[in-house]
Ligand binder design. Structure first.
Ligand code: ATP
Ligand code: MG
Length: 347
């Protein structure tokens, strides 16, 4: 672990970010006072149940919140500027260049009528005025770099002629065209077969590390996070409850919600010394399961959304609306679980 003096510079710093949606006169607080840091070249995984606000956080950083959503407070500092204060014109100079995005579904994100090479060459020409032939040549080189086999031939094909994994690689190539310092990948492989997912994620992580590109990867999958990220941030109902290195967060989860997430991913249940099977995590309050009935999604149907509250189930009324305090614990930070409960020293 590098000392603070050796740590790479902070590239993205999200501070106290709060985002709300307004649906039919009601407000849904999707992101509630989030602090998050991504350093240059770092891979950070954002995990949490469906409806916990992962995509909303990503869209806020990308300046791509839908109509009806508003940033109510906080800052998003990226590469030396507060993105929440940029005009659309200036934001366009950041998005797609220093800030790249890998979307979830290649079939939706690729134009079925254009050859895949062109869909990588076009953004190259948007970023820099280069002749079409040169852009085509660079597009093929990028497609090769992201591991597309026979890139020169594939570049002349249409999206439907490629496999799902090849299409996802094309989107990764398109996200690299602006020479990004940070890539945001929202569930980039969920549309793919698990074995293909693993290969593509490994390749993406290797590519990012080789190029010194930071990645904010959003995933439901704790194994994905644990295998590839330098840091994991666990989001619950718009708030980060635990944030630190995978070794700490996944092997010794400190927050009851992280423990519950791990219980739903049995292969990752934290080992306890001297026990043959992982112990059941101690959880003082009942909390909702990580997914299932009542868990929300893009349709605004979480229990919290329906009630319009901020705290969610299991949180005493007195604590609702209080900003969560992330308390340092060893190398990580964990949400304060309330009065009378002192954080244990870091392990
Ligand atoms: N366009 C929208 N309009 C209204 N509410 C929305 C919109 N998008 C998301 N929400 C609500 O905001 C909250 C956070 O949703 P978000 O999509 O950010 O969660 P998520 O963690 O990305 O979930 P998933 O894992 O299912 O993609 C949820 O309550 C959701 O219903
Ligand atoms: Mg999402």
């Amino acid at each position: 672990m590098p000392t603070p003096a050796e740590q790479p510079a902070t590239l993205l710093s999200v501070e106290h970010l709060t985002v709300e949606y307004r649906i039919a006169g009601r407000r849904v607080r999707a992101v509630d006072g989030v602090d998050l840091t991504v350093r240059a070249g770092e891979i950070v995984a954002l995990v949490g149940e469906s409806g916990s606000g992962k995509s909303t956080l990503a869209h806020a950083v990308l300046g791509a919140l839908p109509r009806g959503a508003a940033i109510l407070g906080g800052r998003i500092d990226f590469d030396g500027q507060d993105l929440t204060r940029l005009s659309e014109r200036r934001f366009n100079r950041v998005r797609g260049r220093a800030l790249g995005f890998i979307p979830q579904d290649p079939m939706v994100s690729l134009n079925p009528l254009h050859r895949v090479g062109r869909q990588v060459a076009e953004p190259i020409r948007i970023h820099r005025p280069v002749p079409r032939r040169e852009a085509d040549r660079r597009a093929v080189a990028l497609l090769e770099r992201v591991g597309l086999p026979d890139a020169g031939i594939r570049a002349r094909q249409f999206p439907h002629e490629l496999s799902g994994g090849m299409r996802q690689r094309t989107l990764i190539a398109a996200a690299l065209t602006g020479g990004p310092k940070l890539l945001i990948a929202d569930e980039p492989t969920t549309a793919l077969d698990v074995t293909v997912q693993k290969v593509i994620l490994d390749d993406l992580a290797a590519l990012a590390r080789a190029g010194g590109i930071a990645v904010l990867i959003i995933t439901h999958d704790l194994a994905v996070a644990g295998d590839r990220a330098d840091s994991i941030a666990v989001l619950r109902k718009g708030r980060i409850v635990e944030y630190g290195p995978p070794d700490d967060v996944l092997r010794r989860p400190a927050h009851p919600y992280t423990q519950l997430l791990l219980r739903s991913a049995p292969g990752l249940a934290p080992p306890r010394p001297g026990r043959r099977r992982p112990a059941r995590p101690r959880c003082r309050r009942p909390a909702p399961p990580p997914a299932g009935p009542g868990a929300g999604g893009r349709d605004g149907t979480t229990g919290a959304a329906r009630r319009g509250d901020r705290g969610g189930q299991g949180v005493p009324p007195a604590r609702r609306g209080r900003r969560p305090a992330l308390v340092p614990r060893g190398r990580r930070r964990v949400a304060d679980r309330g009065p009378g409960r002192k954080p244990r020293p870091g392990r």
